[in-house]
Each structure stands twice: as structure tokens, then as C-alpha cells.
Design a protein around this ligand. Structure first.
Ligand code: FDA
Length: 394
């Protein structure tokens, strides 16, 4: 005989656990199943092990979706303050690192422990290491066929995340279920991901691997200003991860290095004070030495002293640094992407509850939905908010 529950949640990640807590608190009989051996594995590795669990500035404008309005309702129902209150009730110390990004002082595992405690207190059952073979509709709801037998439920919540980091058990499960039940999908692609360069360009930049610099990265009309990191595969660092979600194959990325500094004025002053100084030495006072050497060589000014350089030559050097245009060959893909863009088309979901409009009782939450946050705690805030909203309705 099938096990009987009110709510089955597939996926014990951030969204699934939050949904389970809220549904459990409402007195629903809830079971969470996951094929992984441990819950919240992405929480554990997030934020360099300290989990950037929310962003105090989170608002709908920090999310990408075919329908930018869809996320508004859930984000308003469960705010960063709500999650901070939860974290503080559990005595977890936190700090703001930068740009509203909140991290645990100690360990991301504190967040997992907190969610597990809340689940236990809400009477939620957690079954790990279980695979789900199929899901079907029944006259009273759904039957989930698992490796440990069938589970019947009135409500079924899909919280299996996106395709990013398949090595950690990410699957396209949610998209398959959506298709099975006739829900449309928005094409998926990797987001918050390092960008790669073609071999020729990479070779010309190989001496820069490991260099980090403050930069504005622009693609289309979108610009992010954060650190840029040159790697042995291409471009990375927060400014690149951010812009990668907006960049499309074949497009350029425009880099404005050192946007805070009036480089031309600084070089002209250096020329006045010490004309015998080499251009690359003067530039290296403003940026990493290897980068200074690269740009001076690129402009054909290697070993030239400042006094030899006209205003025009200095200006050309600065323009090269202010608008360094690079055409990436691609991205590192789902292997290293922090998130998956696209997913379940929001037109098929009710924005208050995350329930499928045409399939009562079926819910999709978290990363599998076509709502993707910027880098900086926004994606967990979406997981908490969408999980909370479904937890109130399931
Ligand atoms: P999530 O992927 O967390 O959970 C899905 C669960 O479903 C998993 O437990 C998985 O095992 C399970 N599952 C999948 N397929 C299944 C199947 N077929 N059957 C059964 N179970 C299945 N965000 C942020 O805001 N701040 C941060 O600091 C970071 N840092 C970060 C670092 C790294 C390295 C990555 C890869 C990602 C981040 N993120 C982040 C993004 C964040 O981790 C992500 O947005 C959320 O974990 C999404 O939560 P979900 O619950 O939707 O999916």
C-alpha cells in the first residue's frame, strides 16, 4: 500500500526545506525526498563555505526572468528581514560583507542545521538517498514512485533546482516533470559563470592569469562594477559572473578598468613630476604590474618614458583601458555555473502560491523556475521566498 501524505516535496535544497517548514507549521503531513545523501548541499558550499544567505537590498530588479513582475509577490511575502529574524532566533552570527550581502560569521552548515531543526519542530519527515522514478496524477492528487515505494499526496512540490553543477547531483528533473504536465519552459542556460576565450586570445593574455582589478563589465545596456579576475581559462570574478547572466554568445563584453580613477590626469601629472619615468612604471602605480605591462605593450609604448609621450598617445593608452572590448568564446557551462537561467515559464504558475495554473496541487519553487537572481545572496532569497509562498498554499 502506498504511503499517504498531504505534501510531497522533491528536493531538500534551500527552497524545498523552507517550503516543508511552512507547510509543516500549518499542520500538513509533509515528506521531503532527495536522491542526495545529505540535505542542502549547495547551501553547504555556498559563499565560500559561509553562505551568502540573503541580500538586504533584494528587490525585483535584482532578478532576471521573461516576466520581471512574477517574483514581486513572493519577494514581498517573505523578505530578507524575515530570514534574518529566523537566523537570529537560532543564534547564528552574521555580518554584511559588501553591497548588502549577508554571510554567516562561522559556517554555512549553521544554516542547514537551522533548517533541519525547524523541519523537525514542524514534524516534517526527511528521506534521503531516494530516487524518484516517476510522478503520476491520481483522483486525489499525485503518486510519486520512489526507490522505496509509492507515496500518495494531495500536493506535490518540485524543488529540484537547476542544471548547475551536475557533479553535485543537479538534474533536469523539474523540467521533465513540467513537460510531462504540459507546462511551458523558457530555454535554460548557465548563469553566474566564468567566460572563456578562444585559444589565440587566451595565449595573448596568458601572462595575466591570476590578476585581479576593479572593473566595470558591460554587456548590452547592463553594467556591473566589481572585481575582475583573469584566469588561465578566461575571465572571472564577480563583475564577470554578474555580466555572464546577461551576455549572449557572439556578443562583446566591454571592460572599463579602474572606473574610479581619472587615469589620464594621473599619467599627465606623473609626466610633469617625473618625465623620465617609464610609462609602464607610472601605470603600475594605479594597477597590477602585469596588467600595466600588458596595456603599455598593447599600445606599442613599452620602455618609452612619459616625457616622450604626447597627450594623444597617453589618451590612446587610457582609452584602451577604459574600453577594453573582449568577445568571449563561451562560458564554462553548467560545470561551474552558480545558477541556471530560464526554466519553468512563469506564465504557467500563480505568482502568490507558485502553483501550476492548470494542474491544481502541483507547485514549482526555487531555481527550477524562470527567476534568477544576481550574484550576492539574491538566489537564496528567491529560494526562501518561493518556498515560503508554496508552503502557505500546499
Ligand atoms: P538546490 O539545487 O539547492 O536543491 C535541489 C535539491 O534537489 C538538491 O538537494 C538535489 O540533490 C535534489 N535533486 C535534484 N534532482 C533530484 C532528483 N531527480 N530526485 C531527487 N532529488 C533531486 N546563492 C546565493 O544566494 N548565495 C550564495 O552564496 C550562493 N553560492 C553558491 C555557490 C555555488 C558554488 C553554487 C553552485 C551556487 C550558489 N548559489 C548561491 C546559488 C544557490 O545555491 C541556488 O540558487 C539555490 O541552492 C537554489 O535552491 P533550490 O532549492 O532551488 O535548489
Amino acid at each position: 500500500m502506498a504511503d499517504r501524505q498531504d505534501v510531497v516535496i522533491i528536493g531538500a535544497g534551500a527552497a524545498g526545506m523552507m517550503c516543508a517548514i511552512e507547510a509543516g507549521k500549518r499542520g500538513r503531513r509533509v515528506v521531503v525526498v532527495d536522491h542526495a545523501k545529505a540535505p542542502g548541499e549547495k547551501i553547504r558550499i555556498s559563499g565560500g563555505g559561509r553562505c551568502n544567505f540573503t541580500n538586504i537590498h533584494a528587490s525585483p530588479k535584482n532578478f532576471l526572468s521573461d516576466n520581471p513582475h512574477f517574483c514581486k509577490s513572493a519577494l514581498a511575502r517573505y523578505t530578507p528581514r524575515d530570514f534574518i529574524d529566523l537566523v537570529e532566533r537560532h543564534g547564528i552570527a552574521w555580518h554584511e560583507k559588501t553591497l548588502g550581502q549577508l554571510f554567516c560569521d562561522d559556517s554555512a552548515k549553521d544554516i542547514i542545521r537551522m533548517l533541519l531543526t525547524e523541519m523537525r519542530d514542524a514534524g516534517v519527515a526527511l528521506r534521503l538517498g531516494i530516487s524518484v522514478a516517476s510522478v503520476e496524477r491520481t483522483p486525489t492528487g499525485f503518486r510519486t514512485m520512489t526507490s522505496e515505494g509509492p507515496i500518495d499526496s494531495a500536493a506535490l512540490v518540485i524543488a529540484t533546482g537547476g542544471k548547475s553543477i551536475p557533479k553535485m547531483g543537479a538534474t533536469g528533473f523539474a523540467y521533465g516533470i513540467a513537460e510531462e504536465f504540459g507546462l511551458p519552459l523558457v530555454e535554460t542556460r548557465p548563469g553566474l559563470v566564468p567566460l572563456t576565450l578562444d585559444p589565440g586570445l587566451l595565449e595573448s593574455l596568458k601572462d595575466l592569469a591570476g590578476v585581479a582589478v576593479d572593473a566595470e563589465a558591460k554587456s548590452g545596456k547592463t553594467t556591473f562594477r566589481e572585481a575582475l579576475l583573469m584566469t588561465h581559462r578566461g575571465l572571472s570574478g564577480p563583475s564577470i559572473l554578474q555580466i555572464s547572466s546577461f551576455w549572449r554568445e557572439g556578443g562583446d563584453v566591454h571592460l572599463h578598468l579602474l572606473p574610479e580613477i581619472d587615469l589620464l590626469a594621473a599619467l599627465k601629472t606623473a609626466r610633469k613630476v617625473n618625465g623620465r619615468q617609464a610609462a609602464q612604471t607610472a601605470l603600475a602605480e594605479q594597477m597590477p604590474k602585469r596588467l600595466a605591462q600588458f596595456f603599455v605593450e598593447k599600445s606599442g609604448l613599452a620602455h618609452r618614458s612619459l616625457a616622450d609621450l604626447s597627450d594623444k598617445a597617453l589618451d590612446a593608452l587610457c582609452i584602451g583601458i577604459r574600453d577594453w572590448t573582449i568577445r568571449p568564446a563561451g562560458s564554462e557551462g553548467y560545470r561551474t555555473a552558480e545558477v541556471t537561467l530560464g526554466g519553468i515559464d512563469t506564465r504557467a504558475l500563480d505568482s502568490r502560491s507558485m502553483q501550476a495554473r492548470d494542474v491544481p496541487g502541483l507547485f514549482f519553487i526555487g531555481e527550477c523556475v524562470d527567476v534568477t537572481g544576481w550574484l550576492g545572496g539574491y538566489n537564496f532569497q528567491w529560494a526562501w521566498a518561493s518556498g515560503y509562498s508554496a508552503g502557505q498554499a500546499a
